[in-house]
Design a protein around this ligand. Structure first.
Ligand code: FA5
Length: 346
């Protein structure tokens, strides 16, 4: 590029030469000669300022381009690699593992069912918020009325990183966030109605109905005058919608620090007709989820007036809901990668 101002042309020549020699390419953009030219613009009389300023900017842009090119060679000069390849791309064509054609893939049944479930809740007026796969101790316990050292913390034994982050053992870790976000809505007379799907993790003795990694669907509903009857009706309405058939459900008292009263609900085991088998751990029932009226301390922790408002929450295991729907006798099939199993759902 030709510069008309001799001063600019001179700096351009010097800096281009420096760019070729120096290791620190970016330093050229901070060169005192260039900064002096930029500083000079505002000292010039108005008539000369525009043309001089324009040329200095052109020089700056040209130097930026040259620096970029010297740091990052043009893409066309690099051999492209597939960064998503599930093998070492340095392997020769013969040594690469044989892969299934992409057309043979299909959606995982848990994701297909989750979409259906969210669709039912959308029609019932619930919005969906995704849970996190890494969270902190406060959202896992503190925000949910588990004081430090509370024995119920042991029921949620999961994985913790060196930085004390937690792989959530349940989707209830999101309760405080959705309650805080919905507070304004309550003040405007609108309920908080949110469902939260998410992947959850537990240090578990894995068996036919227990996985270390599974999915849950949390539900949170808060408004004025909400009671346990609303909770039972909501669960019943959505389950009948999902299964489209009669399922025998049992709701019984339970304990969770974040709900009061708390309940657990289970469906009759379709594999043994309540006689008892390995899937239902010989109890005749498959536990589907926990629920209850949101504890006033949990509402208060989110800044919600627990005298004015009340609400309910639940947490279902999605894997178990799907097992029940299709008669899947072992939860471990879902993560087995067994194509014979997965292809039944395409
Ligand atoms: C909870 O996780 C509570 N957070 C539920 C809750 C939410 C209660 C809101 C009150 C208010 P629980 O540990 O019981 O509760 O798990 C809930 C459901 O997750 C179980 O009923 C079951 O369906 C599923 N679940 C739990 N552990 C496993 C596992 N290891 N494998 C598969 N599903 C599981």
């Amino acid at each position: 590029m030709e510069y008309r101002h001799p001063e600019i042309a001179n700096v351009a020549k010097q800096l281009k030469a420096r760019l070729k020699q120096t290791q620190d390419k970016k330093a050229v953009l901070r060169a005192p000669e260039l900064l002096a030219l930029i500083e000079r613009i505002k000292t010039l009389p108005v008539g000369k300022r525009a043309t001089f300023g324009k040329e200095v900017n052109l020089l700056k842009a040209e130097l930026e381009k040259l620096v970029r090119e010297s740091l990052f060679p043009k893409p066309s000069t690099l051999t492209p690699i597939d960064v998503t390849a599930p093998f070492d791309t340095n392997l020769s064509a013969e040594d690469r593992p044989k892969l299934l054609p992409a057309e043979n893939g299909s959606r995982h049944p848990l994701m297909t069912e989750l979409e259906l479930i969210l669709d039912i809740f959308a029609r019932m007026g619930f919005t969906a918020v995704e849970s996190r796969e890494l969270d902190d101790d406060w959202h896992m316990f503190g925000s949910l009325n588990f004081p430090p050292g509370h024995p119920a913390r042991d029921d949620y034994d999961t994985f913790v990183t060196d930085e004390e982050l937690v792989a959530p053992a349940h989707t209830s870790t999101m309760q405080n966030r959705v309650l805080k976000a919905g507070k304004k809505q309550l003040d405007q007379g609108q309920p908080i109605a949110v469902v939260i799907p998410g992947r959850t993790f537990r240090n578990e003795d894995v068996d036919a109905s227990h996985e270390h990694t599974f999915y849950q669907l949390e539900g949170v509903y808060v408004a004025k005058g909400i009671h346990a009857g609303n909770l039972a009706a909501t669960i019943k309405a959505w389950l009948s919608n999902y299964y489209g058939r009669e399922i025998e459900i049992k709701i019984q008292p339970f304990y969770f620090p974040f709900t009061e009263p708390s309940f657990e609900f289970a469906a009759s085991c379709p594999f043994c007709d309540k006689k008892g088998c390995s899937v239902c751990k010989h109890s005749g029932w498959i536990e589907l989820g926990g629920c209850g009226m949101i504890h006033p301390n949990v509402l208060k922790e989110a800044g919600i007036d627990a005298v004015k408002y009340s609400g309910f929450a639940w947490g279902f295991g999605i894997d178990r809901l799907v097992m029940l729907k299709y008669g899947i006798e072992d939860i471990r099939h879902f993560h087995s990668g067994n194509l014979k199993f997965l292809r039944q759902f395409t």
